[in-house]
Design a protein around this ligand. Structure first.
Ligand code: MG
Length: 215
């Protein structure tokens, strides 16, 4: 099963705070627009690699299991109605995050990139075709740490839909074939440390397992 797409991915676009339960837990209002950030492509690893490394500068890192969307052809300034026709397929992804860094950066209005950009911070599964995934607006996303379920929700509870994320981002930049969009993570994200085992999945369609280690 192929992970070839990551060899030609030219950008990774992440969506922050994009599940309704997170808003509910923090009593926050619905944002007017998606929160979009970049991750460098050097963060990508395939599920075969099996190890996520915590950079020495972080005490721990957070797991964020997400549905990844893989763009199929270039687009710019597309509407929400057109957006899904530019999707080639999907993957399971982890958006590993140096959360202490992000919390500090957020409070000072500084960029997130050093908390999102470390090596091994974007593990991805094999490519999943739209036919195999089924309805992208109701995909179960789950994550376990040391066999304990920590995240379990469905893309039905996204704040901004996949189509809205694509259309919004395409107003600002071209999306290109094999670009990867991380659609946000369900409530329950939290820290992992050296020795933890991280397992995540999209329903029963695909799953992946990683050992977490200090760099
Ligand atoms: Mg995320």
């Amino acid at each position: 099963m192929s992970q070839k797409f990551i060899k030609s991915t030219r950008k990774i676009i992440g969506a922050g705070v994009n599940y309704k339960e997170i808003l509910r837990q923090t009593n926050a209002a619905k944002p007017a627009n998606p929160v979009i950030f970049f991750k460098p492509i050097s963060t990508l690893i395939s599920s075969n690699e099996g190890v996520i490394k915590i950079p020495k500068v972080f005490g721990s890192i957070n797991y964020e299991a997400e549905l990844g969307v893989i763009i199929g052809k270039s687009c710019k300034n597309i509407s929400t109605d057109q957006a899904m026709s530019y999707v080639a397929g999907y993957c399971l992804a982890l958006d590993m995050t140096g959360m202490d860094f992000i919390v500090d950066a957020r409070s000072k209005g500084l960029p997130w990139c050093l908390g999102k950009g470390f090596d091994t911070s974007t593990p991805v599964s094999r490519f999943i075709s739209p036919e195999e995934l089924g309805d992208p607006t109701d995909v179960r996303v789950w994550c376990k740490v040391n066999e304990q379920m920590k995240q379990d929700d469905t893309t039905r509870n996204l704040i901004f839909t996949i189509a809205e994320l694509i259309a919004f981002t395409s107003k600002y930049m071209s999306l290109e074939k094999n670009d990867l969009i991380l659609t946000g993570t369900p409530a329950g994200a939290g820290p992992v440390k050296n020795g933890d085992i991280l397992e995540c999945g999209l329903g029963d369609i695909v799953q992946m397992t990683f050992q977490v280690e200090d760099e």
